[in-house]
Design a binder for this molecule. Structure first.
Ligand code: F3S
Length: 237
């Protein structure tokens, strides 16, 4: 149980381990790092609920067809410009943009347009431009804005060519963590191995899970086997 939780949260576990080692080797540095992390966590705790609320609202209220036609692959230059505007008028730190980017991708926005939204959110937000003009002058701000926009559009174009939507939107699901056959219940009818021979195999009258690693592409077939198994021996969660 604990091991599977650690496996699911590898990054968090690694960070905790680094903190532990640092606190043993250099307690003062560990304390300083912890207080910096707490500051950012507190900041995130204040911002993220609003962002999640916004993400859910867009998800519920904005039809998929609308996002597809305005930000999808075929939205062309209009989609690029809309993305640029959307990113520029946004507020909040860049990490708040990632859940929105993921939601837009899942509703049909193209990779290129999501890159444009994220990039303009990060470097050409309107409040940022106003501050930049105040401290560094209008000419500096305007020149940087023009050059940045050109590069953002180019980056969107290249990312669209290099990255596939499915690689981002499809969550990886590890077979070890979510799929098992309860050997005591299995009556060896072989139905699961017939439906999904790439996932199960029969061994001495019992079904075994033989697929390893990411099983996201078999999700539907596995659900079907779990539903149809007469002994309800297949556990998938
Ligand atoms: Fe056993 Fe159910 Fe498969 S009984 S063989 S796990 S369909």
């Amino acid at each position: 149980m604990i091991l599977s939780r650690i496996k699911k949260n590898k990054l968090l576990a690694t960070v905790a381990m680094v903190y532990l080692l640092l606190s043993l080797a250099q307690p003062d540095k560990a304390w300083q790092a912890l207080s910096n992390s707490s500051y950012y966590l507190l900041e995130m705790a204040q911002i993220m609920p609003v962002i999640f609320l916004l993400t859910v609202s867009i998800e519920i209220l904005v039809p998929k067809e609308w996002i597809l036609s305005h930000f999808g692959k075929d939205s062309g230059m209009v989609g690029n410009l809309l993305s640029l505007v959307l990113g520029s008028i946004s507020a909040g730190p860049i990490y708040a943009a990632f859940p929105i980017g993921k939601m837009l991708l899942s509703k049909g926005a193209s990779v290129g347009n999501v890159v444009i939204i994220l990039s303009s959110w990060a470097v050409i937000k309107v409040p940022m431009l106003a501050n930049e003009a105040k401290f560094l002058g209008v000419q500096f701000m305007a020149t940087r804005w023009v050059l940045t926009v050109v590069l953002i559009l180019l980056m969107g174009f290249l990312m669209q060519k290099l990255v596939k939507e499915e690689e981002i939107t499809v969550e990886k699901v590890d077979a070890d963590e979510v799929l098992s056959v309860e050997q005591d219940y299995c009556i060896g009818c072989g139905l699961c191995a017939n439906i999904a021979p790439e996932v199960y195999a029969m061994d001495q009258g019992k079904a075994l899970v033989v697929v390893a690693g990411d099983i996201s592409k078999y999700t539907e077939t596995i659900k079907e086997t779990a539903d149809k198994c007469p002994a309800k021996a297949i556990h998938y969660n």
